[in-house]
Design a protein around this ligand. Structure first.
Ligand code: UT7
Length: 322
């Protein structure tokens, strides 16, 4: 049995921050941001009640409603995030409590922007092993709390949000998937945690903010994602043209366009929401999937290829039948 997606949902914070607004905070401009990234605006949490949990739970409720399943029918909850509200309990356990999905085992995955794909891969593996039959898989980020709002090279790129899917063990669904990591590249995109301040090591330094070497990440993405896509297509013995949509991690429209060029595929096969969401890390692919599904663009039997890359370094891809 493989993972078949039977429902999707998403949640974006109400407040949208335009490029013009950000140019009042740091030395930037709408034309620089749009021409280098394709981003026009991003959604940011704007009250104490908008949290990683609130967005994750809202996306999850929408995905459950779309799937027709009830919270108590879910066996597994996996949340992919690097910006959980708490260090412990996990975001997945908090979502479980919020929804009343008390039968589920719940845990988080930290694989940055590839996190949703790692979570989908894990759920599919549980299904293949016959351990679980249903899963709620959520990608959620409140990146605004780990961003350095004085660093124009990163703060204009990211946004907050959540996307969720409900998956069921089925004869058809996932066709092939892969995931990978290269910890030697970890320094090009990182956010350190709090320093030790136990009685022996009282450093007392403040927690760090996100750091990125944008050009190195760009080069990694445009090399790795086409390789992942080609590997899955070869595994499934499918020509690239048979896939209806390539739903890629939404970091920068130039990255998406470059990947489409490398694969010699028309841009229409690459839906994008980076213009209004920015880069929402683990949430970007499930938010995009939800938008495409709710716009009525998917029919049963359509082939979709999801692929992403991110900090770690990590990468992943999934070829599935809708
Ligand atoms: O989810 C995975 C994580 N992220 C990514 O995938 C991001 C991958 N990288 C990128 O998307 C691009 O590298 C960026 C959008 C981050 C940067 O674009 P770039 O074309 O690589 O620009 P750059 O870093 O080479 O900077 C060009 C210039 C620099 O000025 P000088 O040195 O040429 O005078 C920067 O200081 O642009 C300057 N700059 C800005 N100017 C206005 C950097 N950020 C800004 C800004 N506004 N926000």
């Amino acid at each position: 049995m493989r993972a078949r997606i039977i429902g999707t949902g998403s949640c974006l914070p109400d407040k949208s921050a335009t490029n013009e607004y950000l140019s009042t905070i740091v030395d930037t401009s709408d034309s620089w941001i749009q021409s280098r990234t394709g981003i026009r605006e991003r959604h940011l949490v704007s009250s104490e009640t908008e949290t990683t949990l609130s967005m994750a739970a809202s996306a999850a409720r929408a995905a459950l409603e779309d799937s027709g399943l009830l919270p108590e029918q879910i066996d597994l909850i996996i949340v992919a995030t690097v910006s959980s509200d708490f260090i412990t309990p996990s975001a997945a356990c908090m979502v479980q409590k919020e929804l009343g999905a008390m039968k589920a085992a719940a845990f988080d995955i930290n694989a940055a922007c590839s996190g949703f794909l790692f979570a989908l891969h894990a759920a599919d593996a549980y299904f293949q092993a016959g351990i679980y039959q249903t899963a709620l898989i959520i990608g959620v980020e409140t990146l605004s709390k780990i961003i350095d709002w004085t660093d124009r090279s990163t703060c204009v790129l990211f946004g907050d949000g959540a996307g969720a899917v409900v998956a069921k063990a089925s004869q058809e669904g996932m066709i092939a998937s892969l995931q990978g990591s290269d910890g030697t590249g970890g320094e090009i995109l990182m956010c350190k945690n709090r320093a030790n301040n136990n009685p022996y090591i009282a450093t007392g330094t403040a927690p760090d903010y996100l750091y990125m070497d944008g050009q190195e990440v760009f080069k990694f993405a445009v090399k790795k994602v086409p390789a992942c896509i080609q590997s899955l297509l070869a595994q499934a013995e499918l020509p690239a043209s048979e896939v209806k949509y390539y739903l890629l991690h939404q970091a920068n429209y130039r990255i998406i366009a470059s990947i489409a060029r490398k694969l010699k595929l028309p841009l229409e096969k690459f839906p994008s929401n980076v213009d209004h969401c920015g880069n929402t890390s683990a949430a970007s692919i499930p938010i995009l999937l939800d938008e495409v599904h709710k716009a009525g663009k998917l029919s049963p039997g359509d082939l979709l290829l999801l692929s992403g890359f991110g900090a770690g370094l990590t990468w992943g891809a999934a070829l599935l039948k809708w």
